[in-house]
Design a binder for this molecule. Structure first.
Ligand code: ADP
Ligand code: ZN
Ligand code: ZN
Length: 746
């Protein structure tokens, strides 16, 4: 036997990670001839089926004996880079997610699409169909001369449906041939239309460009009021990443935001970037996935999941609107995409830009303490002014009972319409009314599965639960006392506000924008375009309209209830309200005309409202950071929540108590210290709070109890959580424990 043969026949032991809910890898034998490397995709027998998996590491030559199964085949798929594998390991460890589940986030797109089908092209043959209608003749004329066309292009050229083409293929008058795949990503030109930047923009752009070479992990906060030209700044960084031959990822919190962005991007770079979110078809996603791995796809704009794409040379990540709550993913694997983007950038040795008009407290502190580069644009681009802000004190100048638009706001809306401009009325409440009450007996409608009131939706003629989606008909009689005509809607939602606006302005073109109207993302996109074109006089919307859009005709913003959300008791409420209101009011005056915002509030002197009105963000951040620091809340301390849920409250609570006991009985660890139950925690101790009913104690028929672990930055929170879960009771009897590291609602 020759040496080469010997080499080929020796099997090696490889560790394979499968995209299933398991943390550990499985060992397999792989023939040396298969030449597997870490990152390669394979199929291998797992239980009774053939499973897909990724080679995580290679252990070396197999010793004698052993009863390992053998890898079946190596798949023709670009390998997952060491960086991406490192990122998956890191994310899994940090969020206490089984590694296989984290891998799944990265490989799902490649797996779901199946093998790629060739793109078919059509051309005329010498055969003449039996029936030659004028339409058919047009098709054949267009497809003659030996040139082959894509089906859609041919149908368009002949002004017919694609069915006509199919019929002609069946009759042999057209033939279908497999064509080359269309390029997934047309080349981008970094110099296509570079704008002249203003001085502040230029400084920021220069700093970002300089950070891109030599290659290193460089985090930045790019802070600038809405309309200050942040996008143009990070476009320059993208251009530089492209010139360096690298890739860039732009993350956006909402899919609906991407449409305008794609257009702007194309205007700057000549072509659109690849788009990545749940609305993109499986086949296209598989091609983008592959394109990222081969380097053909250079820029991706996407939602959270784009973070797991197999980039071959990622140089730049931009997280736009980095403060957005939508970056927190809470079902399945629970992670914060902005934080994980920073981790990915570190592993890839890339530049990361967190852009926002109102950064999260976490990011702001990192920038202020020099951990991140801090780039600021302090005024709007092209000398546009920020909108003027005024409070309407609802205690003094509110509207009559049962109405929500104060006279001063109504007046301003009228004036705005008279000038041919647009007004936005913002109310962060879907539906018609948040609560329905019986005037006779006081009965209130609540969801039978959740700890929540049912919200009336008049367009749907139904009462709906915003937590579980439960829908029921609104009855005519009170279900408790049987009274007729006694049910009353309490409080406003956007639908009710629209009714009021229509009464006040019967001739206005009014649009209500809310996520629960039928038509989904497509309809929303169209409506946003119509607003931008000026097709509506009054737009009434929830936070959907608040975010990032450019509406050139919009000059007036009315905030109907600025206090909504401030009274929730959640320590992040102030930050969130400040960010949201800043964003909403920032919609005004982005075109050539100045903007104005009127803010209806019962508490004009509340620190958040006062900071908003004075435009003094600095003061707000100072106050808020001081509060967080005193309370040891993030980013000054670590937080993790454990939500224990079960079909009945007693089971859930007992399990949560047992977990807490287990935590307090843990043996001493060098990585953390746990405060004694009930004791005031020392500086370096983790305090375990609860169990207590979760903020929403019942969702979808499951009772929820929460344990909150709060500790110093020096404590190894993950080690503590792992030890506690390992020492606690098994999850049985339908009990579920969800771990949420860095919870956003607490
Ligand atoms: P932000 O992302 O900070 O909200 P944008 O980048 O969207 O701001 O810029 C706001 C508006 O100003 C956009 O219409 C943009 O095209 C325009 N703009 C920004 N910078 C410039 C510039 N240097 N020259 C001309 N127009 C600019
Ligand atoms: Zn009643
Ligand atoms: Zn419900």
């Amino acid at each position: 036997m020759s040496a080469a043969q010997d080499e080929d026949e020796r099997a090696r032991v490889v560790e394979i990670l499968a995209p299933v809910a398991v943390d550990s890898t499985y060992s397999y034998l792989a023939p040396a001839a298969m030449r597997l490397s870490p990152g390669d995709s394979v199929t291998a027998p797992l239980g009774r089926r053939e499973a897909y998996g990724v080679v995580w590491s290679i252990d070396g030559d197999s010793g004698p004996g052993g009863n390992l199964k053998t890898v079946s085949a190596r798949l023709d798929r670009p390998p997952l880079s060491q960086q991406l594998r490192g990122f998956i390991d890191w994310l899994a460890r940090y969020t206490l997610t089984p590694r296989g589940m984290a891998l799944r986030l990265a490989t799902r797109a490649a797996e779901e699409a199946g093998p790629e089908a060739p793109r078919m092209l059509y051309r005329a043959t010498d055969n003449v169909p039996e029936r030659l209608t004028p339409t058919r003749a047009r098709v054949l004329k267009a497809a003659e001369g030996g040139v082959a066309f894509a089906k859609k292009a041919l149908a368009e050229a002949a002004a017919c449906s694609t069915g006509v083409i199919d019929a002609l293929v069946d009759e042999g008058a057209l033939e279908a041939i497999a064509g080359p795949a269309a390029p997934i990503a047309p080349p981008l030109d970094p110099l296509f239309a570079a704008p002249a930047l203003e001085p502040a923009q230029q400084d920021a752009a220069d700093a970002l460009k300089a950070s891109l070479s030599p290659r290193a992990f460089k985090p930045f906060l790019l802070e600038g009021v809405t309309g200050s030209g942040k996008t143009e700044v990070y476009f320059e960084a993208i251009a530089r990443a492209l010139e360096a031959g690298g890739q860039a990822l732009v993350m956006m919190p909402e899919i609906a935001l991407t449409t305008q962005f794609l257009e702007r991007f194309a205007a700057r770079f000549g072509e659109k970037p690849a788009e990545w979110h749940s609305g993109v078809g499986a086949r296209k996603r598989a091609r983008i996935w592959r394109g990222c791995a081969t380097g053909d796809v250079r820029v991706v704009v996407g939602a959270r999941s784009a973070l797991f794409l197999p980039f071959s040379d990622l140089r730049l990540i931009v997280v736009d609107e980095e403060h957005e709550g939508a970056y927190k993913q809470d079902d399945g694997v629970s992670y914060h995409a902005r934080d994980m983007a920073v981790v990915r950038a570190r592993i890839e040795e890339a530049t990361i830009v967190l852009a926002s008009a109102t950064p999260s407290i976490e990011t702001r502190v990192n920038a202020m303490r020099g951990r991140y580069g801090y780039l600021r644009l302090d005024s709007r681009a092209r000398a546009r002014l920020m909108p003027t802000l005024e409070a309407i004190d609802m205690r003094k100048e509110g509207p009559p009972r049962g109405r929500w638009i104060a006279p001063r706001l109504a007046l301003a809306v009228g004036e705005t319409m008279a000038r041919g401009e647009q007004a936005l009325l913002f109310l962060n409440r879907r539906g018609y009314a948040p609560l329905t009450v019986c005037h006779t007996c006081g009965h209130r409608f609540r969801c039978e599965h959740c700890d929540a009131w049912l919200v009336e939706h008049r367009f749907r003629r139904a009462l709906m639960c915003h937590h579980c989606g439960h829908i029921e008909r609104r009855p005519n009689l009170c279900p408790e006392c049987g009274s007729e005509d006694s049910l009353a809607a309490c409080g406003p939602g956007v639908e009710r506000l629209a009714e009021e606006a229509a009464t006040l302005f019967p001739d206005a073109r009014i649009l209500v924008l809310s996520s629960d109207f039928p038509g989904g993302a497509d309809r929303l996109r169209r409506e946003l375009e119509e607003i931008a074109k000026g097709s509506f006089d009054i737009v009434i919307g929830t936070q959907l309209v608040a975010k990032g859009h450019n509406f050139p005709y919009l000059t007036l913003v009315g905030v109907i209830d600025a206090d909504l959300g401030l009274g929730s008791g959640d320590p992040r409420a102030a930050e969130r309200t400040f960010q949201l209101l800043n964003q909403v009011t920032g919609r005004a005056g982005r075109g050539d005309k100045p903007g104005r915002a009127l803010i209806q509030t019962f508490h004009p002197s509340h620190p958040v409202i006062a900071a908003l009105l004075s435009g003094d963000a600095e003061k707000f951040y100072e106050q808020e950071i001081a509060i967080r620091e005193r309370a040891g809340l993030p980013p000054f301390g670590r937080l993790a929540a454990l939500i224990v849920s079960a079909k009945d409250a007693a089971t859930a609570e007992a399990h949560a108590r047992a977990l807490a006991r287990a935590a307090h009985e843990l043996p001493p660890s060098p990585r953390y210290r746990v405060a004694a139950p009930g004791a005031w925690p020392e500086q370096n101790e983790i305090a375990l709070l609860g169990p207590a009913e979760a903020p929403i104690a019942l969702i979808r028929g499951r009772y929820r109890f929460r344990l909150l672990a709060k500790g110093p930055r020096s404590a190894d929170m993950q080690a503590f959580l792992r030890d506690m879960l390992a020492g606690g009771p098994k999850e049985r009897g339908g009990v579920r424990v969800q771990v949420d590291v860095d919870p956003q609602n607490f």
